[in-house]
Design a protein around this ligand. Structure first.
Ligand code: AMP
Length: 193
């Protein structure tokens, strides 16, 4: 089963993806994590995307499609892929469909985590404050300025994907505002249907 988790930054995509990895032996493919790893290891691509990410803008389709292609080609035995933070643009969505078709696979559904914007902003700024309180450092893009840019990028570039997957008959929306367990159980209901 291959699924997409859709939703604005802070909607809980990463948290829910991790639960699916634990419970269903699925593989989480987070382009955000891949890009952060590229930055940490200081690859040429990582250095190139750093400023774009910190500002809260999207990196190019070419880069993220390349990252996803590499992961899909790695293969292995598992319960399917969870696309987390990808696709974020219509060209990325088309590319994902093509990549899966090339591999003789397909997408089963897109799950939209619905949240309210104000709660979202509180969550993200809370995530930054928690990281600092725990003695760590907040993600460089978890600040108010880049958050505004990330939200705008979501509404301008990513939210059209909701209509895109609806038209393909693949969209399922869940209430992303409940407890972690409540959201998890709504997702389970969709996947087991
Ligand atoms: P995330 O961890 O998913 O919030 O991603 C962090 C940042 O990485 C985003 O704000 C973008 O700068 C970049 N990014 C992650 N995934 C994508 C994607 N699919 N397309 C373009 N940029 C991305």
């Amino acid at each position: 089963m291959n699924i997409i988790l859709l939703g604005p930054p802070g909607a809980g995509k990463g948290t829910q993806a991790q639960k699916l990895v634990e419970d269903r032996n699925m593989i989480q493919l987070s382009t955000g994590d891949m890009l952060r790893a590229a930055r940490t290891s200081g690859t040429e691509m990582g250095n190139k995307v750093a400023a774009v990410m910190d500002a809260g803008n999207l990196v190019t389709d070419e880069i993220v499609i390349g990252l996803i292609r590499e992961q899909l080609e790695a293969g292995g035995d598992h319960g399917g892929f969870i696309f987390d933070g990808f696709p974020r643009t219509l060209p990325q969505a088309d590319a994902l469909g093509d990549l899966l078709t090339e591999m003789g696979q397909s997408l089963d559904c897109a799950i939209e985590l619905q949240v309210n914007d104000e709660i979202l902003v509180e969550r993200i700024l809370g995530r930054a404050a928690d990281a600092v309180a725990a003695g760590g450092t907040a993600r460089a893009d978890d600040n108010e300025e880049s958050l505004k840019t990330r939200l705008m990028a979501y509404y301008k570039q990513t939210s059209p994907l909701i209509g895109y997957y609806y038209a393909k008959g693949m969209l399922n929306s869940v209430d992303g505002l409940g407890s972690m367990e409540a959201v998890q159980s709504e997702i389970a209901t969709v996947l087991d249907a």
